[in-house]
Design a protein around this ligand. Structure first.
Ligand code: 3PG
Length: 415
């Protein structure tokens, strides 16, 4: 879009798909890490300067419109905290606020309020309040597309999703373009992750357990070292017969995990699991804290694994420092509780140390980026990506539906 003529966007209704899926403090409703918003601000400002009538669309979290009422979803997953931040960044002269919906009368009225000649932006409410976004329904995509003349996708964090506001919409808009952030991310990530300098180490953690265990299986096939912490590590540990106390695991994945571990052994991938764990009797606050080596012996009831222990931190550090490329996605424990954050901070330090000795280091995913930024350790990291799942899928070598549909040529469409 930067190469379009100066007046190309003037007066046009431009729908910019962004990834505003950012961490928010539940108690205060304040965005706790704004990296993803800041990364796309230059695109927003460019489109405003070019005189477009700007419509911002994003998902936020994973609401369940088939199970939750609109009120319940709005209480948990509204983009209101993001709108407050945009107000500060853009000022009320440029930003008109949050529309109550992303399609239908409220969205149409908000977009109708962006008069030609005015340079103003509006943010649409969470696209996932409609089941048609995640399900990629044609009706949803068509309704969203009807709001705009041009579609620009600069949401690198969701290019791996085949969803209405990412891929579906491209079939109904006359013009569509990738934004500068997507171009920059691909320039930084594609070669480094598709064809990495080896050994390649990947550190995985976080709470999106069901999502990511499949990713571990794929990474075992491509990486040299795979270190797993966070909640997902407990399903792998349980599959080896270790007692995980009350920590939530995915029963359905126990067998695939065993298969994955034997694949790692066959292929020679070093799959590292925690050898010691910090336990707490509450997930929300430190209670009866205790660090123990993992064991098959039954633990007392109400013990939750909340972080990796010091021995695991040492092992992860030693193994990762042998790698020439390291990718990290997901915290090692419930790091938002300070007492449970040591493992995550230790991984941040290891990446900092590896970067300073010449390794390529890449961090993707909101929580890992927040942890590294909070620890003041972001300076030497080679690239901090706005994509968590998206960059993981790049390593796996998967296609990106969001890019494929965006870059589809007209002749391909005719076929
Ligand atoms: C992310 O946080 O990785 C992106 O915003 C995608 O979110 P999702 O995994 O809920 O699709």
């Amino acid at each position: 879009i930067a190469t379009k003529s100066a007046d190309y966007f003037t007066g046009k209704r431009v729908l910019l798909r962004v990834d505003f899926n950012v961490p928010v403090d539940d108690a205060t409703g304040i965005v706790t890490d704004s990296s993803r918003i800041k990364a796309v601000l230059p695109t927003i400002k460019l489109l405003l300067q070019r005189g477009s009538r700007l419509i911002l669309a994003s998902h936020f979290g994973r609401p369940e419109p088939k199970k939750q009422t609109r009120q319940q979803m709005a209480a948990l997953y509204s983009l209101r905290p993001v709108a407050a931040l945009l107000q500060e960044e853009l000022g009320s002269g440029a930003f008109r606020g949050l529309a109550a919906d992303c399609i239908g009368p409220d969205a149409e009225a908000a977009v109708g309020g962006l008069q030609p000649g005015q340079v103003r932006a509006v943010l649409l409410e969470n696209t996932r309040f409609h089941a048609g976004d995640t399900a990629n329904s044609q009706d949803f995509a068509r309704a969203l597309a009807a709001l705009c003349d041009v579609f620009v996708n600069d949401a690198f964090g969701v290019v791996h999703r085949d969803q209405g506001s990412v891929t579906g919409i491209t079939s109904f808009v006359p013009e569509r373009y990738p934004g500068p952030l997507i171009r920059r991310e691909l320039a930084e990530l594609a070669d480094r992750l598709y064809d990495p300098v080896r050994p390649l180490g990947v550190v995985l953690g976080g709470a999106k357990v069901a999502d990511k265990i499949g990713v571990v299986a794929a990474l075992v096939e491509v990486a040299d070292v795979v270190a797993v912490g966070g909640r997902m590590a407990f399903t792998l540990l349980a599959a080896t017969g270790v007692s995980v106390g009350s920590t939530q695991i995915e029963e359905d994945w126990l067998e695939p995990c065993r298969h994955m571990m034997s694949r790692a052994a066959e292929r020679g991938t070093r799959l590292l699991l925690p050898s010691d764990v910090l336990w707490s009797s509450s997930l929300e606050r430190p209670e009866h804290l205790d660090t123990t080596g993992v064991t098959p012996l039954t633990l007392d009831c109400c013990r939750y694994g909340v972080d990796i222990g010091p021995e695991t931190m040492d092992t992860f550090r030693r193994e990762l420092l042998t790698c020439r490329t390291i990718f990290w996605n997901g915290p090692m424990g419930k790091f938002e509780v300070p007492e449970f954050s040591a493992g995550t901070v230790a991984v941040a330090r290891t990446l900092d140390e590896a970067s300073q000795s010449g390794a390529v280091t890449i961090i993707g995913g909101g929580d890992s980026v927040a942890a590294v930024t909070a620890a003041g350790l972001s300076t030497h990291i080679t690239h901090i990506s706005t994509g968590g799942g998206a960059s993981l899928e790049l390593i796996e070598g998967k296609g990106m539906p969001g890019l494929r549909t965006l870059l589809r040529t007209e002749s391909q469409e005719e076929q």
